[in-house]
Design a protein around this ligand. Structure first.
Ligand SMILES: Cc1ncc(COP(=O)(O)O)c(C=O)c1O
Length: 476
């Protein structure tokens, strides 16, 4: 396709782009690698036309059951009617978005609501736009709380905290395989291993003996590998942080807002952090809003004076429409009891997956999850003949340590999509779980359809699934 020089599209014209046009513009103006990566799958061959509830309607005329939950964003499903109505009213009333010269009633109301819902002095909130921004804001707050007098921060060896320069340095995931400059003085502890934390805490001390660690950041439930910390680990971690005056930061960017069967995952064990980060479904699937909430004494010591009040700010802090969307999203979670939905979803999906594990023991190695965030570790053992055949597969996507796990899991994802109109995805940390994470509005019938489709898919056998996937990927 020839480049259309001097053409400036309006948004309706963009809505009319087909897949070829969109691919071409991505190659020219966005990111060519992304086109190849997504092109491996059936969903890379079409575009989304519209979406509602748990369904995506594609340009090629299919109704896709979205079991990704928008990769964290869609606890409420696509285009929830109450979220749309709130945003429409806000626009029609020509409400003001944000202005540095005025305080915002929406930031005030949203912060108040969060303070009401969180325990133990977690009251002071700051709103930004991405998970990584929330993480970096929290880390900065912890550093300032100690007046810059402590040098070190600890993070887990398996973690995902985002891809900005600072957050990426705290991320322990092979997905981030290139070293960029980042936050100094980081040390990694073993996830869910209190002894490895104790070792670092006793080592990183100042000459006079006080701790030199300003913060420890952790996901109590690591979404990318579907692993969780034990209650005993979290309680001990809390004790250490309290004793040493280290700010304990929980990253619940993915797991927050009812996803795991509590409003936040930490509420399962009632171990309370000093700073909590959240994002994704906070925006009701419609707004890019994230935030962090800290205990009052932490906030006040860090930024509580006139001189320090604006040490942390961003242009889009608490944009009006984003804030009212988050307010509505929280009210829906409470009114419709999404916490209870997540618990019900867990029971049905987990018991269904365990039954499938019994039926397909060579395929399913492990069943993991909490609430509506579940998944499978699939066995990546394949026979010698298949191993030899796939060694000729070109393309860098599948090279690397977890090549086989990615291949097996992608083959299942591809079959679910192509033959059953179901969208799933895989997590890419040290393991490659098939993630099954529908929105919290999913019905029992939709879960049963998914489980039945997964059963049919696994019954095809690894060899057939991999061959089908390889044919689609490498032969179009
Ligand atoms: C636990 C966790 N923290 C932080 C982030 C980063 O969020 P964002 O991609 O919005 O920067 C993510 C994103 O998936 C996440 O899952």
């Amino acid at each position: 396709m020839a480049k259309e020089d001097n053409k400036i599209y309006d948004w309706q014209e963009c809505s009319d782009f087909d897949i070829e046009k969109t691919r071409e513009l991505y190659r020219e103006y966005v990111n060519p690698g992304q086109v190849d990566l997504i092109g491996s799958f059936g969903f890379g061959k079409t575009l989304m036309k519209s979406a509602e509830g748990v369904y995506i309607y594609t340009d090629d005329g299919r109704n896709i059951l979205d079991f990704t939950g928008g990769i964290g964003v869609l606890n409420h499903g696509h285009n929830h009617p109450r979220i749309l109505a709130a945003r429409r009213a806000f626009m029609e009333e020509k409400r003001a978005e944000v202005h540095k010269n005025f305080l915002s009633k929406y930031i005030a109301g949203l912060s108040h609501n969060i303070g009401m819902l969180l325990p133990d002095g977690l009251e002071m909130s700051y709103f930004c736009n991405s998970g990584a921004e929330a993480v970096e804001g929290a880390v900065k707050l912890a550093y300032k709380y100690h007046g810059g007098a402590r040098a070190h921060i600890l993070h887990a060896d398996i973690s995902f905290h985002g891809k900005l320069l600072g957050a990426a340095g705290l991320t322990g995931s092979p997905e981030l395989h290139f070293s960029f400059p980042t936050i100094p003085n980081r040390s990694a502890f073993r996830y869910n291993d209190i002894e490895s934390i104790k070792k670092l805490v006793s080592k990183l001390r100042k000459e006079e003996g006080a701790s030199d660690i300003y913060a420890i950041i952790i996901e109590p439930f690591n979404a990318s590998s579907l692993r969780s910390c034990s209650g005993a680990f979290l309680r001990e971690l809390r004790k250490i942080c309290t004793k040493e005056d280290i700010a304990l930061i929980f990253d619940e960017v993915y797991t927050g807002w009812a996803k795991t069967g509590k409003l936040f995952y930490f509420m399962h064990d009632n171990v309370i952090p000093d700073i909590l980060c959240y994002a994704k479904s906070f925006g009701g699937g419609k707004a890019s809003i994230s935030g962090y909430t800290s205990k009052k004494e932490i906030f006040n010591r860090a930024y509580g004076t006139l001189n320090d009040a604006t040490l942390h700010s961003t242009t889009y802090n608490g944009f009006g429409e984003e804030c009212i969307t988050a307010i509505e999203a929280i009210n829906i979670i409470l009114d419709d009891d999404y916490v209870d939905h997540a618990a019900r979803i867990f029971e049905r999906i987990n018991s269904g997956l365990l039954k499938l594990q019994e039926k397909h023991p060579d395929f399913i190695k492990e069943v993991r999850g909490a609430g509506a965030l579940n998944g499978l570790i699939l066995s990546d053992e394949i026979n010698v003949a298949l191993k030899a055949a796939i060694s000729f597969i070109p393309g860098s996507f599948f090279k690397g340590e977890s090549f086989l796990a990615k291949l097996v899991t992608s083959s299942v994802i591809s079959e679910l999509y192509n033959s059953h109109n179901i969208l799933t995805f895989f997590g890419s940390n040290v393991e490659v779980p098939l993630i099954i994470s529908p929105s919290l509005i999913v019905t029992d019938e939709q879960i049963d359809y998914f489980l039945d489709s997964l059963d049919k898919t696994l019954s095809e056998g690894k060899l057939k699934l991999i061959m089908k996937f390889a044919k689609e990927k490498f032969m179009g």
